[in-house]
Write a protein that binds this ligand. Structure first.
Ligand code: ZN
Length: 482
């Protein structure tokens, strides 16, 4: 189950107060949340919650508003008149489209009552959708507005109708009615060009029909306008649009507080980059967090909140002890079934735990590979479990071996190389300055560097070391010097 969170809308019953999550995440990875945009996902694995802060996947469609300073070749007198007329026609087109939709709704309902089936738009109107029908019906009634922009205006009204119609019929919403301050549509192809002249930016906008242009004694319906560029952000957007790095969407001209503005709608197209073998995902395995993940050149970090397997194991263990206890009394006459009969359920329980671990490991491994692909990591570095010290016997547990095997298998399938790293000093080394000392670990969960003062969760520090290129060689060199 995946919850996508945009803004702060987090659905109960998971959390009463979404700001708690944000505070926690901010404390965990402030650099990520300070960046301009990110996706936040909460993934629920059985009873484990995984937080994901992700800056790579965001799809961007944004709007930037620019004030129109003045038309380049026309006077405000002429241009202002054109805009007001366009606004009047736009409003009429919107309301007429809604009217036609409403009429169709009435006809359709009546027809259904008489014939028992709904009529097909194609048969009656000659169009499969209301938008095409409405455009064709009203297009000749407008003199000023150009055809491309008119089609967009009609589409806007038809989209509004389609999204509201159910509520309108239920009586929960009134029929849309557009007021006189409606924005004027300008489709992307009618923003003919964005031009830079010194520090000034000009837009060439195709706004009126050929007929109207002719009547006005103009050679075409294009108006060039100087726009106000307030700051660097506004400038960068225009530069990227000029360089075709951004794609322009449908824009709108609007009147606000006695001034005219244009809302430019722009989109970033995300490119598929190949996996980068030098971008390394380091995975630390531990008790508190079965997996803690860092990525070499990114502040992104992920972890899986532990306890799932452990809780399940303890639960099963309790049951097993109960059964064994009962087994003690076998043969004393009270039960009379003999020890043999009890062995079977115990074996069943062991199998249950093993199966549970296997499926959990599959989920973890799949999750790890998804993350690696998303971050274009061409390399994953894991601890070489053969090198684990005796006191960390729990890591020798087959569960971790199994998890590593699954990660390795899925990584190879995805074209990601897996490198095993001698883990002897990865938990003692400062991932910030490289200082290695057992004193860097004031407790099992904390890391505090004695030299540079770097502080982090011990698991995260270890993951960062594991996400370092040639870390084994680096550690070998620095320990040899001593
Ligand atoms: Zn340090």
């Amino acid at each position: 189950m995946i919850l996508s969170l945009q803004g702060l809308n987090i659905t109960p019953p998971f959390f009463q107060n979404s700001s708690i999550i944000f505070h926690q995440l901010y404390a965990d990875c402030p650099d990520v949340l300070s960046s301009s945009s990110f996706n936040l996902r909460i993934i629920l694995f059985e009873n484990i919650i995984v937080f994901e802060v992700d800056t790579s996947m965001a799809k961007h469609t944004k709007v930037m508003r620019y004030r129109i300073i003045k038309p380049k070749e026309d006077s405000w007198d002429v241009f202002g008149k054109v805009l007001r007329e366009l606004q009047r026609e736009t409003r009429t087109a919107l309301n007429k489209t809604i009217q036609l939709c409403w009429e169709w709704q009435g006809f359709s309902a009546e027809y259904k009552e008489q014939h028992g089936v709904a009529p097909k738009k194609k048969d009656v109107l000659g169009y499969t959708n209301l938008q095409g029908y409405a455009y064709n019906r009203i297009k000749d009634e407008f003199n000023t507005i150009g055809s491309g922009n008119l089609a967009q205006t009609v589409k806007r009204a038809a989209d509004k109708w389609n999204s509201d119609v159910k509520e309108i019929l239920r009586g929960d919403r009134s029929i849309p009615s557009f007021k006189k301050d409606v924005p004027i549509d300008v489709v992307a192809s009618n923003v003919r060009s964005i031009r830079k002249e010194g520090k000034d930016y000009y837009l060439r906008l195709s706004l009126i029909s050929k007929e109207c242009a002719k009547e006005m004694g103009r050679k075409d319906g294009i108006f060039e306008v100087l726009i106000d560029v307030r700051d660097k952000t506004q400038r960068v957007i225009l530069d990227r649009l000029i360089e075709k790095e951004y794609k322009l969407g449908a824009s709108q001209i609007l009147y606000h507080k006695r001034k005219w503005f244009i809302n430019l709608n722009y989109q970033f197209e995300k490119q598929e980059e190949p996996l980068d073998p030098n971008r390394i995902m380091g995975i630390d395995m531990g008790i508190v967090h079965p997996l803690y993940i860092a990525i070499s050149d990114s502040p992104a970090r992920y972890h899986i909140e532990g306890g799932e397997i452990e809780r399940f194991r303890r639960q099963v263990e309790r049951r097993r002890k109960q059964l064994l206890k009962q087994g003690k009394y076998c043969g004393d006459g009270r039960r009379g079934h003999g020890r043999q009969t009890r062995i079977q359920p115990i074996e069943v329980l062991s199998e249950k735990i093993a199966n549970f671990r296997k499926t959990t490991n599959h989920k973890y491994a799949r999750h790890v590979i998804d993350l690696a692909l998303r971050h274009k990591c061409g390399t994953i570095q894991l601890e070489d479990l053969k090198g684990i010290a005796k006191d960390d016997a729990f890591l020798k547990n087959w569960t971790y071996h199994d998890l590593q095997e699954k990660i390795t298998y899925k990584a190879n399938e995805a074209g990601i190389q897996v490198i095993k790293v001698q883990p002897k000093y990865t938990s003692q080394r400062c991932s910030e300055c490289g200082h290695i000392s057992s004193e860097n670990r004031p407790s099992q969960s904390e890391f505090r560097c004695r030299v540079c003062g770097y502080e982090a969760l011990a698991d995260y520090n270890a993951a960062r070391n594991l996400a370092t290129k040639d870390i084994e060689q680096i550690i070998e060199n620095s320990t040899a010097k001593k």
